[in-house]
Design a protein around this ligand. Sequence first.
Ligand SMILES: [Zn+2]
Length: 288
Amino acid sequence: MSVDVEDYFHVSVFDGIVPRSTWGDMESRVCRNTERLLDIFDRYAVQSTFFVLGWVAERHPSLVRSIADRGHELASHGYAHRLVYDQTPETFRDDVRRAKSIIEDAGGRAVSGYRAPSYSVTPRSLWALDILIEEGYAYDASIFPIRHDRYGIPVSPREPFRVERSAGSLMEVPGSTVRIGPLNLPVGGGGYFRILPYAWTRWGIGRLNQDAQSAVFYLHPWEIDPEQPRLPAGWLGRFRHYRNLGLTEERLTALLEDFRFAPVGTLLRTRAQLAAGPLAPLALPYVW
Ligand SMILES: [Zn+2]
């Protein structure tokens, strides 16, 4: 289980509509929505990984502390929610370093996981993995092995795997998919959880579990907030962001009743133990 802790106006679809210089003037709803998720997780005794945006952690350190105190794993969603492939390696390094430091200071514990805004580690931005290794991250959860207009590496492995890079290695934790014919179809949360019927997610995760695979599920605090202010965007952006917001909380509780969940770090440690030793490093099975 994972949560990307950001406010409704941080979402990439509003890039250019809500400039970063005005973020501080927007009504913030992230604390209330995240606390609500924490309460739901408490009710089902679920521990999760919270990939916190550095910008949020800087303004709300008590929220970060609360997440840690309630037994969850803290991880990084970067600082300024810029797509990785829109950054230079230098600005990306500054962004992930700054976020890690702010979240660690606020939460009082080490951060070892990273998830990029909008899964933006793609064939254009694989250099980011080297920087994450150099900046002390042990795992990345930013590659979705699907075709999508803004992200995805369709041929990337569908299960967690170790990536060998010149800077060292890290674990890659891909977004979950089921394989149907030649296609990988997403089953692990976000818009797919909200927009498609819940039966799709339940079937997909069940199918992964039958094959002794874990699903990596993700959602955002703003997805359980149907009252959030409406922002202008194109029709596709509005559809993806606002569709079924009023149904998400109910679906989440159904999901928590149907399956058991753990933080990403726990999943990786369990896999390493099951493999009876360190997982053998694999090179990425493709060259771009
Ligand atoms: Zn995000």
